[in-house]
Ligand binder design. Structure first.
Ligand SMILES: Nc1ncnc2c1ncn2[C@@H]1O[C@H](COP(=O)(O)OP(=O)(O)OP(=O)(O)O)[C@@H](O)[C@H]1O
Ligand SMILES: [Mg+2]
Length: 264
């Protein structure tokens, strides 16, 4: 079952044609990574899927609801975590969670807050102002806040940009756990290792369309293994990405030509 379906989505800003017919599906309960360079249109696509922006043409459904005709139902099905943590610095971690639970008119906001603090290893820090949190703790709190109400689908726009390696791993584990519990995750990233580690499927957004979409194993098969005699080299996802999007790499070149370039 598809949690997200995107068909022929186009979007221009003035004369810049950012999305030129984007198509993909995200299976319910899976982690889908959208890779793309700066300005590729990742955030634009996330904003369309989360009903913050209207597409010019094409259709998209989220949790079975059309984003254009059922925006309210879409919003009840999702949470969106942007690149910059949306926590209130003056409130404690627990108060931030309470605030969101109350805004969503949920019963037992205290119990919801305590449960999330435990799930995100923030129990000890829960009574401290968020201003005193490290970047990774703030990020975890931000994601915890977005989970209030248990949305079946979450959007994470560059969830680990600017985090140190340990904080990144913490966020990665959080995301893996969520998907393990059945939540569908669409994340954007510029970090190829992040997509490699987390995603069930990876799509590359380049020049307005999805130029490749597959599992890590499928993407790696797009390039032949290097043939230098004394080194055994498997292409990394980074090799695949750069060959597909780079100035010199063309995905449709012959394998032989591609192989020669890979030996550079
Ligand atoms: N509101 C807007 N008005 C005009 N141009 C916009 C607007 N939003 C985005 N753009 C342009 O659309 C293009 C795609 O932007 P977008 O933010 O979607 O890229 P991105 O893939 O998220 O990039 P990054 O990796 O830097 O976050 C850019 O050229 C950007 O300048
Ligand atoms: Mg962006």
């Amino acid at each position: 079952m598809s949690a997200i379906e995107v068909r022929g989505v186009e979007k221009s800003f003035a004369d810049v044609h950012v999305l030129r017919g984007v198509d993909f599906d995200v299976t319910a309960g899976s982690i889908f990574a959208l890779l793309g360079s700066n300005g590729a249109g990742k955030t634009t696509l996330v904003r369309i899927l989360s009903t913050l922006l209207k597409s010019d043409s094409g259709t998209a459904t989220v949790n079975g609801f059309d984003v254009a005709s059922r925006p309210g139902d879409v919003r009840e099905s999702i949470s969106l975590t942007g690149q910059f943590a949306a926590v209130d610095e003056i409130l404690t971690g627990r108060e931030n969670l309470l605030l969101i639970a109350k805004l969503r008119h949920l019963k037992n906001p205290g119990a919801i807050a305590d449960d999330l603090l435990a799930r995100f290893s923030l129990v000890e820090a829960g009574g401290r102002r968020a201003a005193t949190y490290s970047g990774g703790m703030r990020r975890r709190l931000d994601i915890a806040m977005s989970l209030i109400g248990n949305p079946p689908i979450i959007f994470l726009d560059e969830p680990t940009t600017g985090l140190d390696p340990q904080a990144r791993i913490d966020v990665w584990q959080t995301v893996k756990t969520l998907a393990g519990q059945g939540t569908t995750v669409l994340l954007t990233t510029q970090y190829l290792d992040e997509a490699e580690y987390l995603a069930d499927r990876i799509a590359i957004l380049h020049k307005g369309t999805i130029i490749q979409n597959g599992t890590l194993a499928e993407l790696k098969q797009l390039l032949p293994p290097a043939k230098v005699e004394y080194i055994e080299k498997q292409p990394s996802l980074e090799d695949v990405f750069l060959a597909l999007t780079g100035e010199t790499g063309e995905p449709d070149e012959s394998d032989e030509h591609q192989a020669r370039k890979e030996q550079r």
